[in-house]
Design a binder for this molecule. Structure first.
Ligand code: NCD
Length: 305
């Protein structure tokens, strides 16, 4: 039976720790892994735009000595002719050993997993989940902070539609001593289903509309883009898109060892002047995404160096 990753909860915290350890070993000894996936093929089925997720998956497989195939937009696949996800996946299983799928519909990778004989990885499904971005975020926090618990984590921006935030909250509430500060406009608050594990395990969290008020308390600031493509109404997007803009002046309020993360792409929510600030981690984060995906591919294909 193939093992699928459709949500971050498909991995135990022990397995996440192992993936982080493996990614760090790959960073330190890339040559050891260069043939680990020889003759294996990764299919990237991307029905939605992507830069980092798709290219880091593909770079990951290439650096493991494997090959990649796939499509980067629904329009160039048979979805444009009306083919179902189930039929596409049944077909791709004839050609590939592992699948990474991004889809605008929530749950599409789960549907795919029900019809797949090879591992399916959710590379982002609508406004729902993005487990491999969370693995990327956790590796980044571990590398920057040297720990995953005992910290105050601020999540700022579009917490309603931002799938990376949903998966990150779900993962981080499993580590002890994490305190969440949820910073968003009223209309873009975290959906209530995402808060269920916080309530169940009495994980402390506060909700606010003000970034500047809470910035001095944060160890991690996770900025997000307002998800234009998920809005029903362009006027609402225009009204909300610049709710938070992190500037060098605001960074003066923050701790000296704050880590600023962003899944990217950035639109306007972090001033480019902050890119020079050593607290800005988001481009290092993009690099870590490749290494953690290498670790995940190795795990799901059950191969090692
Ligand atoms: C994110 C996504 O696709 O959800 N990007 C990514 O995978 N790094 C964030 C976003 O698009 O805003």
């Amino acid at each position: 039976m193939a093992r699928h990753i459709t949500a971050i909860t498909d991995l135990t915290t022990g397995e996440i720790d192992e993936l982080i350890t493996k990614a760090r070993d790959i960073i330190n000894h890339p040559d050891r892994y260069q043939d680990a996936c020889r003759r294996k093929k990764l299919a990237t089925l991307f029905y939605e735009p992507s830069t980092r997720t798709r290219l880091s998956f593909e770079a990951a497989m290439i650096e493991l000595g494997g090959h990649v195939l796939g499509f980067s937009e629904a329009a160039s696949s048979s979805a444009a002719k009306g083919e179902s996800v189930a039929d596409t996946v049944r077909t791709v299983c004839c050609y590939a050993d592992i699948i990474a799928m991004r889809h605008p519909k929530e749950g599409a990778p789960t549907v795919a997993s029900l019809h797949a004989t090879v591992p399916v990885i959710n590379a982002g499904d609508g406004g729902h989940n993005h487990p491999t971005q969370t693995l990327t975020d956790l590796l980044t926090i571990q590398m920057e902070k040297g720990r995953l618990g005992n910290m105050t984590v601020g999540l700022c921006g579009d917490l309603k539609f931002g799938r990376t935030v949903h998966s990150l909250i779900t993962a981080m509430c499993r580590y002890p001593g994490v305190n969440f500060v949820l910073i968003s406009p009223e209309e873009l608050k975290v959906p209530s289903y995402v808060k269920i594990p916080l309530k169940k395990d009495s994980v402390p969290y506060t909700q606010t509309t003000s970034l500047t008020e809470v910035l001095p308390d944060l160890d991690i600031l996770y900025m997000t883009r307002v998800q234009r493509e998920r809005f029903f109404n362009e006027d609402d997007y225009i009204r909300l898109k610049d709710s938070y803009i992190l500037t060098p002046e605001k960074m003066e309020l923050a701790k000296k060892d704050l880590s600023v993360l962003h899944p990217l792409p950035r639109v306007n929510e972090i001033s480019v002047a902050i890119d020079q600030d050593p607290r800005a981690c988001y481009f290092r984060q993009a690099l870590y995404g490749k290494f953690i995906r290498m670790a995940l591919i190795l795990k799901l294909l059950e191969v090692d160096a």
